[in-house]
Design a protein around this ligand. Structure first.
Ligand code: ZN
Length: 216
């Protein structure tokens, strides 16, 4: 099998993202750069707990032609490829429907990044306009949103896309984006509770749920 160790690493990343609550069911996918011309990507619609290295697809980055693997590649391969083609300094791209940052993607605004998180997330978390999952239009909208200084993106009414120079950095960006989103939503809830004292007890309960750690 070509690139067996890297394909197994993709499986292990999926299980870790699932454990942290960022991947649920078959929602979420990863692209890992293998060399200058090739990438590994999660297969389409396969449970992470049933996935083995041979199920991970090896594609040519330039045209997404399958080089190895029997399975159909993730429908979001085009999305990841736009990012990895535009950012040759990045080695790994992760798309999730992680709960809190995806909630921020419903608000339709980019997120400011505090200095402490800029090494991981970049200068701002920009937002790509809505398009259906797996569509060329979504990949095109993401391509227009990409900036060299941005490692994390919201996709309106859908989820997020993060990248890093390697898989550990991409995982850190996923974690940091969820932390940032949690803080921003908690601040919005607190402001609303201050403005509407009658709603404060209910908002307090929402805030407590929100500020629980994302994973044990
Ligand atoms: Zn998605």
């Amino acid at each position: 099998m070509k690139f067996q160790a890297q394909r197994q690493h993709v499986v292990e990343l999926c299980l870790e993202l699932s454990r942290r609550g960022y991947f649920a069911g078959t929602g979420g996918n990863i692209m890992l750069r293998l060399d200058a011309a090739h990438v590994a990507v999660t297969p389409s619609a396969l449970d992470y707990h049933a996935m083995g290295a041979a199920d991970v697809c090896v594609l040519r980055l330039q045209d997404l032609a399958t080089v190895d693997g029997e399975r159909a590649p993730s429908v979001e391969s085009g999305l990841h490829a736009q990012l990895l083609r535009a950012r040759p300094d990045m080695g790994c791209s992760i798309h999730t429907h992680q709960p809190v940052a995806s909630a921020c993607a419903l608000l339709g605004r980019e997120l400011a990044v505090p200095p402490a998180l800029r090494a991981s997330l970049g200068d701002a978390v920009r937002i790509a306009g809505y398009a259906p999952s797996g569509s060329g239009l979504l990949a095109a909208r993401l391509a227009r949103t990409l900036r060299p200084g941005g490692n994390a993106y919201l996709m309106r009414n859908h989820g997020i896309l993060c990248c890093g120079r390697d898989s550990a950095a991409a995982m850190q960006a996923v974690d940091d984006l969820e932390t940032l989103a949690r803080g921003l939503l908690a601040a919005r809830i607190a402001a609303r509770a201050a403005a509407e004292p009658g709603a404060a007890p209910a908002l307090q309960r929402v805030s407590e749920l929100l500020t629980q750690p994302p994973h044990p």
